[in-house]
Unconditional design. Structure first.
Length: 345
């Protein structure tokens, strides 16, 4: 079935601050905005169904952008052909488009069971496992997809992300390098590889990859934020501040761009200005874990106990909070004498 928009596997990018600063959740966004990547032909891996009846009508509806009509036709096709892997797969992609994650997971699992070599279904299912922090399930599923389509750069990249989130940094670096041999100028993959390199303290090489990513996609805000964070990590504070301020002038800033500037300013002793930037980050994205935790630590150090406690508790309510920072937050709340039940870790 031809699709103009969502027939290929999802590509994920891991955001910088949750890993590099070790103070926030590992958040992901599903997107691929720079280079279209080729997927291996589905016809070599699954049994294709003839495009007739409701399946043909669904195809036409998808090409028109009529998702409601496509969904109706696909469901009708499934009632007649309950073992249609393609119908399950297309329904899953429609569910992903509308962020109905539970429906998407069920249809992808169904498609994978019906067609054992349906790598597209397995690849997208692996991404959904990563969204819910089921890294082991994601790794197994993506490895199965890769066994069928070993040259698919998206699958290799997503497996690398799974290794990274699981803490298997060397495996992640190896997989990112493999993905980039197949798609050397893809900005998202360059960014992900740079992030993994910073985890093993390869700052100069990471910076080189980030510059390459930004040459492909100058408005890539996360790559700009990671560049600032990398300079900070390497102790180049003045250069990091200069880059952060320049980024705020050149692009539409995200919460992460303000977080990295705030941290650099605090590291340079400009506490008040740093807090202003972290507050801006928090206002732009109230659930930005790095901003919450950085603000909590700063107010804690300033003995603004009530404010610090409120921010620590807000951090603990995040679904994707990091284990180590959750433990630190609980210890500090206990010290402040304000711990409350927040659920989870």
């Amino acid at each position: 079935m031809k699709r103009a928009k969502i027939s290929q596997s999802l590509l994920i990018v891991v955001t910088v601050l949750g890993l590099l600063w070790a103070c926030g959740p590992k958040r992901m966004a599903l997107f691929d905005q720079d280079v279209e990547l080729a997927a291996a032909p589905l016809s070599k891996n699954i049994d294709r169904e003839p495009l007739t009846g409701h399946l043909a009508d669904a195809c036409s509806a998808i090409e028109r952008g009529d998702q409601l009509g496509a969904r109706s036709h696909l469901q009708a096709h499934l009632r007649r052909q309950p073992r249609s892997a393609m119908a399950h797969y297309e329904l899953a992609l429609l569910a992903i488009d509308s962020k109905r994650w539970a429906d998407a997971r069920w249809h992808l699992q169904s498609a994978s069971k019906l067609q054992a070599r349906f790598y597209g279904a397995m690849s997208n299912l692996g991404v959904l496992f990563l969204q819910t922090r089921e890294e082991i399930a994601a790794i197994k599923t993506l490895q199965s997809a890769l066994a069928v389509a070993p040259n698919n750069a998206l699958i290799v990249n997503n497996l690398a992300n799974a290794w990274l989130l699981r803490g298997r940094i060397n495996d992640a670096v190896t997989s990112y390098r493999r993905a980039r041999t197949q798609s050397p100028d893809h900005a998202t993959m360059l960014y992900n590889h740079a992030l993994a390199l910073l985890e093993v303290h390869e700052g100069p090489q990471a910076l080189q990859l980030l510059e390459q990513a930004l040459s492909v996609r100058p408005g890539f805000a996360l790559a700009r934020a990671l560049r600032v964070a990398a300079l900070h990590e390497m102790g180049r504070f003045a250069k990091a501040e200069q880059a952060a301020r320049r980024d705020l002038e050149l692009i539409k800033a995200t919460s992460d761009n303000h977080v990295v500037l705030g941290r650099v300013l605090i590291a340079r002793g400009q506490i008040r200005q740093g807090v202003v930037e972290l507050e801006k980050a928090h206002q732009l994205a109230p659930t930005n874990g790095p901003a919450l935790f950085a603000l909590a630590e700063t107010y804690d150090a300033k003995h603004a106990n009530k404010r610090a406690a409120r921010l620590y508790r807000a951090y603990l309510k995040l679904q994707s909070r990091r284990f180590e920072q959750s433990r630190q937050a609980r210890r500090r709340l206990k010290r402040l004498g304000t711990i409350r039940k927040s659920g989870g870790t």
